[in-house]
Design a protein around this ligand. Sequence first.
Ligand code: KG4
Ligand code: ZN
Length: 365
Amino acid sequence: MGSMGILGIETSCDETAAAVVKDGTKILSNVIASSVELHQKTGGIIPEVAAREQLKCIIPVIEEALAQVSNKSKLYAIRSTLYANIDVIAVTVGPGLIGSLLVGVETAKTLAYAWKKPIVPINHLQAHLYANWLTPENKQQRTNNKVPGFPAIGLVVSGGHTDLVLMRDHGKIKWLGGTRDDAAGECFDKTARVLGLSYPGGPEIAKLAEKGLPAGKAGNPQAYDLPRPMIRQENLDFSFSGLKTAVINLKRKQKRINKANLAAGIQQAIIDVLVEKTIRAAKKHKVKSVLLAGGVAANKQLREQMTAEIQKLKSKISLFIPPPKLCTDNATYIASCAYFNFKPIPWQKIEVNPGLSIELLVTSY
Ligand code: KG4
Ligand code: ZN
């Protein structure tokens, strides 16, 4: 196969993103418009608002992604795929918010038709894992110059999902466990709200735990006794809603709360369960690699603690964690996923699938 330029399009939630990736690994452009500021006012995402924002941003974002590659003016870019060397279009079809997804999918189909290019439908959750195959924009080569070896355990931790999967190869994904209620990111977001922090809560909690309040003394993760739901259970499932309830009750009972300590405690409780179950899965399936992905994988403490625990293992397992910028939603990994799972289908057959599960190859529906 010759060199392949893929335009990735991602609109599953509140980010409108487009990126051009060469041969599944080299990022040529990465453009993201986020409506997060709008959602901060309401403390969470209102789907209708997110979809309307997607509609406003999608064309300018794609134009910018193409313009950055072609070095032509934006005005020119969308009409001229030749300049951008686009061979394929990849688009997230699910899971996600239906209104948001539709904007990306209909745009991608229109472009595929107009440009006569193949289009590959992409599962957003599987795609998150492909951030581990990408070389960051500012680097000549990957950090350790290695690509993930199979079999691998993937931990996808985002605002809407917490899933552990066994990846035997590209396109061969088996779901091992996941959350029974709230996702890890959702738990960060909801407990942050209880603490009066803004949306999205993960980075806010991490900041407060690290810097302390008043700034200078980091929060003590042991100050409050918080639950680690299901941590001792053999299965690879998670449950985070109990942690949220514990935080609400604590706040109700105690008039004076040290917010930095509580933030550190919440963060540590989430990390403990994620690390424990990921290591358990890695040992059980005797894998070569562990891959982290999703917005929560941007968490510094999670990255450090997972690294330390994997290093302690007797068997040699390589841990891959994308740079924080590639953990949160963007379109680079959508394009990368399409390269390694290259199954184009006629644009007429492509539909959004808001409830798509992580195991499903999009082409099988
Ligand atoms: O993958 P993502 O960008 O979007 C979804 O597909 O959901 O993940 C967003 C989630 C949010 O819940 C956000 O609070 C969380 O990732 N997040 C973090 C951090 N950065 C983002 N959680 C903990 N620490 C962070 N540094
Ligand atoms: Zn995501």
